[in-house]
Design a protein around this ligand. Structure first.
Ligand code: GLA
Length: 381
């Protein structure tokens, strides 16, 4: 992609880029909707992501283009506006620019900017976090600002929360920034504290992207966020992560039925993150697989962020040979299921799952085998 983005940059802007950066997409391995509840998560940076290239301009004009068939966007350095419709993709880099400037850092005035991606859109693999982080790296490089990885995560999340307007946690940005090949990223979101957990050898990840997306997905995500904060308040804690399953069993009757279901998912999920981390360290992949599927069942029954398509994939994958476990990955309400398998799970095994899905829904899911990858980086030439 390094050569490809340089070439595309030249073709688009008739000049050489000065800075190039890459940021990976991510799998949410375990820890569903735990991040903004002060909990823990496990994720993996993957070998697909977003590349961006930038060259500075002297005239204060900001030209932003992508290879994704979306409109080229022109913005002015003296007026930070938000775009809507097909041009709204530019809000991710522009939001990062606003976050950098808002934190007192220098930002480039004018520039040509190009983004390229090999992440399937709408699969819940976090193309938005990837473009935010890659953009943050080239913007900081263009003004010689040294920004720590933790700060990049914070600024990218800030852009998403305040400029784009999605009340997400820091799972996506944290995993994309701290990814490590053959490892999962562990985040204690309260600190936040970032670490890695080695992946036992022979583990494979597969993604089944349904291409379905609930029409109200952003609104539903925000609604779950609100329900969780309301549940925490009703339980008298700052974060749902402050409640253990034992305490929750005693107090759940004091809050409404819906709040109790949402809270139960989060409280149990945080325990599953701990158990999965221990299982990975012990190499007990069967146990980790059962936790993955249990996480999905909890989404299905308590958090209600699954769909018939995602449930069908998990139901079909669960008994399949060489599959340890499967669950929806990301916010839910459509998107993709990830499966953790042994190396013996093959393309033909994946095709059988896809064929069963096709018989049921008359549409075929995209199937991807993913490798883990390192986190976001500026590419030196
Ligand atoms: C999306 C959000 C994350 C996280 C997940 C659910 O990916 O961007 O912050 O909340 O959903 O775990």
């Amino acid at each position: 992609m390094n050569a490809a983005i340089r070439q595309k940059f030249r073709a688009t802007f008739s000049r050489e880029p000065e800075f190039v950066a890459r940021a990976p997409g991510r799998i949410e391995f375990m820890g569903n909707h735990t991040d903004y509840n002060g909990g823990t998560v496990l994720g993996a940076a993957i070998d697909r992501g977003v590349w961006v290239a930038l060259a500075r301009r002297e005239d204060g004009v900001r030209e932003l283009a992508t290879d994704q068939g979306r409109p080229r966007v022109t913005a002015r350095a003296n007026r930070l506006e938000k775009f809507s419709g097909p041009s709204s993709w530019a809000n991710y880099p522009l939001g990062v620019l606003a976050a950098l400037a808002g934190s007192g850092r220098r930002v480039p005035a004018g520039f040509d900017f190009l983004a390229m991606s090999d992440l399937p859109a709408g699969a819940g693999l976090s193309s938005s976090a990837a473009i935010e982080l890659a953009a943050a790296l080239v913007f900081a490089a263009a003004t010689d600002e040294r920004v720590e990885r933790e700060t990049l995560v914070k600024l990218a999340r800030h852009a998403e929360n305040n400029f784009v307007g999605v009340p997400c946690g820091l799972l996506d940005q944290g995993v994309s920034a701290f990814g490590k090949k053959e490892h999962l990223v562990f985040i204690d979101c309260r600190g936040p504290r970032f670490g890695t957990v080695p992946l036992p050898s022979g583990v494979n990840f597969w993604i089944f992207n349904t291409h379905t997306k609930h029409a109200l997905v952003d609104g539903l995500y925000a609604a779950r966020h609100r329900e969780c904060l309301t549940a925490a308040q009703a339980l008298g804690v700052e974060w749902l992560a402050d409640v253990s399953p034992g305490q929750f069993a005693l107090v759940q009757k004091n809050i409404g039925a819906v709040a109790a279901k949402r809270a139960r998912h989060v409280v149990d999920e945080i325990v599953r993150v701990g158990s999965a981390t221990a299982g990975l360290r012990a190499g007990d992949l069967a146990a980790v697989g059962r936790l993955l599927t249990a996480s999905h069942r909890s989404s299905q029954n308590f958090f209600e962020n699954s769909t018939a398509e995602l449930d069908f994939l998990v139901d079909t994958l669960e008994p399949a040979e060489h599959v340890f476990g499967a669950r929806l990955t990301g916010g839910g309400f459509g998107g993709a299921v990830m499966a953790m398998t042994s190396g013996s799970f093959s393309e033909s095994g994946a095709r059988e799952i896809a064929a069963a899905y096709e018989r049921k829904f008359a549409a075929s899911p995209d199937v991807l085998r993913l490798q883990t990858a390192d986190g976001a980086e500026l590419i030196r030439t």
